[in-house]
Design a protein. Structure first.
Lengths: 177, 355
């Protein structure tokens, strides 16, 4: 099984970090994976995106142009990538920042006001991980069981206090109804 | 196998250099290779190594010449415009027959160009970079693992043949993360009786120099150097074959272009087109024999490159123009899509079929 995931939003939303989480999930599970960020001026305030591929076979191109899963955290990202998602794919929308619905009807769409939940719960800046938790719940990309191990691998020891906050954010997304 | 870790290509490359015994790094920041310098600045002071951000690329490459002349492993890295600046020093390294490792994480050009991935320094790297008759060993990684493996290889070949090795990478390879095994290979010991290590008044002084005003002597040096190059061309070409057993359309691609091409080949096979790829790992020496052998079965070749048709010349030379060679390229920082490569494979299968 190969899953091509595209995460997109503004620079500063932690798009690359949430992509890294998925990459580390792949590492923990011993799978083939690639993580490719956009880099350059767009990292400093413009749109940022990140290609993550998880697979059981060696990965060719690391660039995701037609994602199975799109995580859209702002309107320009949804506008840009909605049409690129493969038929039968899934889009996850941060509905607190995107005030339109997905137009396509050949894909599954999941809405969550991640940024609002984050600020309500005192997890400002962790909407990205709420999106990840929400995605884990609604896909079979990787297993929820490895979240703790992954977070501990990903967050450096000197930022220990961030470990529980990240876990909480993922949990909130995972349990969102 | 050591446990795999996740690292960016640029960082894995830097760590590999340290593991290979490099304790001297001189650089100057430029996107998209800055992680190499940043990583070195963190690691070198902890292991009694030298990290020095020079005042310019020219200064950095001349510092490389200084360390190289002592026989120590030394490295510099930059991106395209910075490598142009280093070219004078690269020629001096060749003239002095010094081993060194130079990393070029290419970006779009010419001029200052852009900061997105490119392969348009192909000619510059494979034709010897600086002035005068010379070559570098040019290694083109196509994964983060190869960023590590080819650093080992690059240092080894540089010392073995007293040449400069260049890692010709691109922004994608530098920025992407993949699981990588940081495993240290055997470090071979080569004769360094030329190295400037101080006579301690116990031996005759040695001279490392590229100035030679006697035409006969300079000619002799050039001929001797090219005898060595001939051995490299004979013994050291590296390449990977992908689905080539029965391939009628042969893609030639390196670095990120080869990764895209693998997907396109798989799709072409699903359509019944027998496509395969020869991926040069060394761009100089170019794997001429492998291509020439492939021309026996393949009806057509496709050069997939992020440049305006540079490698295509080496392909045509290698197969003596015996088959059509099509070009599939994007430039300026744009990477060809899988669909674009697939369309070219389909086109090539028809060109070849018409023969």
């Amino acid at each position: 099984m190969t899953k091509q995931i595209l995460l997109a939003g503004f620079g500063g939303q932690g798009i690359l970090f949430s992509g890294k989480f998925l990459a580390y999930e792949g590492l923990v599970e011993g799978r083939e994976l690639s993580w490719l960020p956009s880099y350059g001026p767009e990292m400093r305030g413009g749109t940022a995106n990140c290609s993550v591929i998880l697979s059981d076979t060696p990965i060719g191109s690391p660039i995701v142009t037609h994602p199975d899963i799109l995580i859209a955290m702002n309107l320009p990202s949804l506008d840009k990538y909605e049409s690129e998602v493969v038929s039968g794919g899934k889009i996850f929308v941060d509905s607190s920042l995107i005030d339109r619905e997905v137009k396509r009807d050949d894909i599954d769409v999941y809405y969550i006001p991640a940024t609002k939940i984050a600020s309500d719960e005192g997890l400002s800046g962790l909407a990205n991980m709420i999106m990840i938790g929400f995605m884990l719940k609604n896909t079979d990309v990787c297993s929820y069981e490895n979240v703790d191990a992954t977070i501990e691998k990903l967050v450096p020891a000197r930022k220990k206090d961030m470990i529980s906050l990240n876990k909480k954010a993922i949990e909130l997304g995972y349990n969102f109804k | 196998m050591s446990e795999k870790v996740l690292m960016k290509g640029n960082e894995a490359l830097a760590e590999a250099a340290i593991m290979a015994g490099c304790r001297h790094y001189f650089g100057y920041p430029i996107t998209p290779q800055t992680e190499v310098a940043a990583y070195m600045s963190k690691r070198m002071p902890k292991i009694d190594g030298v990290f020095l951000q020079a005042e310019s690329e020219l200064a950095a490459i001349n510092m490389v010449i200084g360390v190289a002349s002592t026989g120590k492993r030394v490295m510099t890295s930059s991106s395209s415009p910075g490598i142009s600046l280093k070219s004078e020093g690269i020629s001096y390294l060749a003239g002095c027959d010094l081993p060194a490792l130079i990393v070029n994480v290419q970006r779009g050009g010419p001029g200052l160009g852009g900061i997105q991935p490119s392969q348009s320094d192909y000619f510059h790297a494979t034709r010897g970079a600086g002035h005068g008759d010379s070559h570098m060993i040019v290694l083109a990684p196509a994964s983060v693992q190869e960023m590590v493996d080819l650093v080992f290889k690059g240092f080894d070949l540089a010392e073995k043949y007293r040449m400069t090795s260049m890692i010709l990478s691109d922004g994608t390879m530098g920025q992407m993360m993949e699981p990588v095994s940081l495993e240290i290979g055997e470090i071979n010991e080569y004769d360094k009786s030329w190295a400037l290590t101080g006579t301690k008044c116990e031996r005759e002084p040695r001279i490392v120099n590229s100035l030679c005003l006697q035409p006969e002597e300079l000619e002799r040096q050039n001929f001797a150097r090219f005898e060595r190059y001939k051995v490299v061309e004979e013994k050291e070409p590296m390449y990977e074959q992908y689905r080539m057993d029965d391939a009628e359309v042969c893609i030639v691609a390196f670095g990120v272009a080869s990764r895209i091409s693998k997907n396109a080949i798989d799709l072409a096979r699903e359509q019944g087109i027998k496509a395969g790829m020869i991926r040069p790992i060394t761009l100089w020496p170019f794997p001429k024999k492998a291509l020439s052998a492939a021309a026996g079965r393949a009806k057509a070749f496709v050069s997939v490159e992020l440049s305006m048709g540079q490698m295509i010349e080496d392909i045509e030379l290698a197969i003596r123009c015996s088959r059509p060679v099509l070009l599939c390229n994007r430039v300026g920082g744009i990477i060809p899509t899988v669909e674009e490569v697939l369309a070219k494979i389909v086109e090539a299968s028809k060109v070849g079929g018409a023969e």
